[in-house]
Design a protein around this ligand. Structure first.
Ligand code: SF4
Length: 333
């Protein structure tokens, strides 16, 4: 029996519950644990990157991101071991998919980060932007959100949880049909279809039009502005045509749904031997200014932790390269 679980359970049951009762409950339920392999604090910013080992030996990553308000953090979590979508600029995409994470393995990333927070701090929000496509593992992701939100779990507001997808219309609809009230983010990569196809192979199976149609349905049931994000890759998706196409896409989305999406442009953290580069400051400024002319809210997001491989999959990729034990064989669950 897991002694840690018994002790932890004892703190949640009524004060007058006897030790024997606690042990009986613990005997009926099993609790797994993720091992923290490394935690790397960035020297550039207050990001901390975690590498976890699952019970079957699989390696996954999470990132602790500070918010402006002192003592508040966001946990960026993984939803799969690897990813099948193969986005060209993503280190996780290069690993391929090993398996889906269980709901408890997702929650455990948040708990592990919370355990190590400075006194008086808390995990305010969660973003599904670590390894994996969360909506390809929609049921377990939704179950993990229920647990995170539950007052007996992590008591995290659903509105502080963002599910980011590279484009799985069926998963977006599943989320829309659920009782959950989380925020939705969609990685556009490029609004021009030929550029998007060259970056996101999933464009062939799930064209952007279908992804946006499902996103529009989500918005109609929620009334909530989705975030549409583009990660800027130097010389690849940063042209004036790309900025204009993104702006037009935002306007037609607003026209169709009555809700203006929140546009997000993100800096890129290249990994070792990467064929893509971070967009220059000039490219970033020009893209932002051009996009702003469309009158839709645009935020520039800083992709932090560049020195600790904080972009998803970079740490696992590095660990795999250094380790003789590969990730476990495919088990899509
Ligand atoms: S960006 Fe996200 S969806 Fe694309 S390969 Fe990486 S983990 Fe998968």
């Amino acid at each position: 029996m897991n002694q840690r679980f018994v002790d932890e359970l004892a703190t949640h049951l009524p004060k007058n519950a006897r030790r024997g009762e606690v042990v009986r409950v613990a005997e009926r339920f099993r609790v797994g644990r993720l091992e923290v392999v490394t935690r790397e604090a960035s020297k550039l910013d207050p990001f901390v990157k975690y590498l976890f080992r699952c019970e079957d030996g699989a390696a996954i990553e999470a990132v602790r991101i500070p918010l402006e308000k002192p003592g508040r953090f966001v946990a960026c979590v993984s939803s799969q071991v690897g990813c099948a979508l193969g986005c060209r600029f993503c280190a996780t995409g290069r690993l391929g998919l090993s398996r889906n994470l269980e709901a408890w393995e997702i929650v455990e990333q948040v708990r592990a980060i919370r355990r190590e927070l400075p006194k008086g701090s808390r995990v305010h929000g969660v973003v599904f932007q670590g390894m994996g496509e969360p909506l390809a593992n929609a049921e377990r992701v939704m179950q993990s959100i229920r647990v995170m939100h539950d007052p007996c779990g992590q008591a995290i507001e659903q509105r502080a949880i963002t599910v980011c997808t590279a484009g799985v219309p069926g998963g977006i609809r599943k989320l829309a049909a659920s009782e959950l009230r989380v925020r939705l983010g969609v990685s556009i990569a490029a609004a021009r279809r030929e550029v998007r196809r060259s970056l996101l192979p999933v464009e062939d199976a799930n064209p952007l039009d279908e992804v946006l149609a499902a996103t529009a349905e989500y918005v109609r049931t929620r009334g909530d502005a989705p975030m549409l994000a583009v990660t800027l890759l130097g010389g690849v998706n940063t042209s004036d045509e790309d900025a204009d196409a993104f702006g037009r896409l935002a306007l037609s989305f607003r026209e169709e749904t009555g809700v203006a999406p929140r546009l997000s442009i993100v800096t890129y953290n290249p990994s070792e031997g990467d064929v893509f580069a971070r967009a220059s400051d000039e490219e970033l400024r020009r893209f932002h200014d051009r996009l702003s002319r469309f009158g839709v809210p645009v935020v520039r997001r800083y992709s932090g932790g560049g020195d600790v491989g904080a972009a998803c999959g970079q740490l696992v990729g590095r660990e795999q390269a250094q380790s003789s034990s590969p990730l476990p064989a495919s088990n899509p669950g």
